[in-house]
Write a protein that binds this ligand. Structure first.
Ligand SMILES: [Fe+2]
Length: 360
């Protein structure tokens, strides 16, 4: 039985074009071939049957929060921290302003410990278990109470959650362990990250860095005059043409990936579109359309058709992320993207992201 009831919605994308690679500045200094990072064993539960996995996730009894499946997908778990949990978290973390989290990495684990202790050590287990389970692999975390305009608190709560599931990688774009970026009605940047009037294509993160990116946390910090712009996510097992592209001769061959200047990553890297680190041989994807640098027509057409297939697949989940919510996905079993916004001269949307590695 298929575990997901996706939102019936057209995903036609008039902007589904390849990035003009020839216009990208030549940044490459070195090329690193496929590293061990892409071959590290992943989920110890990857071989379980999906029904068994769904049961094991729901075995945990939540304390200080509620859990429920998302209205559009059973895979996506909605976790709501209760107001008393939040109030006590705010009280116990008063001595850790954002600067204290930025300057001393061990403080980040301390705020995570405080949050987990308030949930009788069930929250970390549930969140990490949810991400590592192939059948689920994503949660939308909300909270009650608190101040929905206190973005410093958002950073603190996001940091606690990120350190319950792992450890964020250094974000070269922001030069911190997290990045905050804003979408406005106009954009002069060099990637689709901040462009408002087009759909940001489905992709995985960390394609152009030489370190594992197991999870991606995206938290809504603020928004004004926003219509549209929902987060879009697609689970690999819901992608209708997965087998066609997974069984293609190019699926496991190294592709070159290279980021634009704003990412502050000057190396090129090589890895296949499908990475080889599931102990049970299940497909895992490591793809982003903008930063692939095909070496020949064969690679170019494979990547083009793969991108077209993803953008036209109807089984994505459209997720409304309210201010203060965070959407967290396992990075290689889920793709993520963003729907386009309705134009407005005063459009403003700010997100925080943390992406990192599982450490437990
Ligand atoms: Fe992304």
């Amino acid at each position: 039985m298929h575990p997901v009831l996706p939102e019936p919605k057209c995903s036609g994308n008039p902007f589904s074009i390849m990035y003009p690679h020839s216009q990208q500045p030549a940044l490459a200094k070195t090329v690193i071939f496929q590293t061990k990072a892409w071959k590290q064993p992943f989920s110890p539960q990857a071989g379980k049957q999906e029904d068994e996995i769904m049961t094991s996730v729901t075995d945990i009894t939540p304390k200080g929060y509620r859990i429920a499946p998302h209205e559009h997908s059973r895979r996506l778990q909605v976790v709501t921290l209760q107001a008393d949990t939040i109030a006590e978290f705010i009280r116990q973390t008063e001595r850790f302003p954002v600067q204290a989290l930025e300057y001393k990495p061990f403080n980040r684990f301390r705020v995570a410990e405080i949050l987990d202790s308030l949930c009788e050590y069930t929250l970390g287990k549930f969140l990490l278990g949810t991400l590592k389970n192939r059948a689920t692999g994503a949660f939308l975390l909300k909270f009650e109470g608190g101040d929905k305009k206190d973005t410093d608190f958002f950073v603190k709560l996001g940091t606690a959650v990120s350190h319950l599931i792992g450890r964020p990688n250094f974000d070269a774009m922001s030069q911190k362990y997290y990045a905050r970026f804003t979408v406005r009605n106009v954009d002069n940047s060099d990637s689709y990250l901040r462009q408002p009037h087009r759909r940001m294509e489905l992709h995985n993160d960390g394609t152009f860095v030489d370190e594992p990116t197991d999870y991606v946390l995206m938290m809504k910090m603020q928004e004004e005059n926003m219509q549209g712009g929902n987060s879009l996510i697609l689970h690999l097992d819901d992608w209708a043409e997965l087998d066609k592209f997974y069984n293609h001769p190019i699926a496991k061959k190294p592709i070159t990936w290279e980021a634009p200047p704003s990412k502050n990553v000057t190396q090129s890297i090589e890895h296949p579109v499908f990475i080889d680190n599931d102990p049970n041989g299940r497909p895992r994807l490591h793809f982003i359309d903008q930063f692939a640098k095909p070496k020949n027509r064969e690679e170019g057409l494979y990547l083009f058709e793969l991108g077209e297939s993803l953008e036209n697949d109807p089984n994505f989940v459209s997720v409304r992320v309210e201010v203060g919510d965070m959407l967290v996905v396992e990075n290689h079993n889920w793709l993520h993207g963003r729907d386009k916004f309705v134009a407005h001269p005063d459009l403003l949307r700010e997100l925080m992201r943390q992406r990192g590695q599982f450490v437990a």
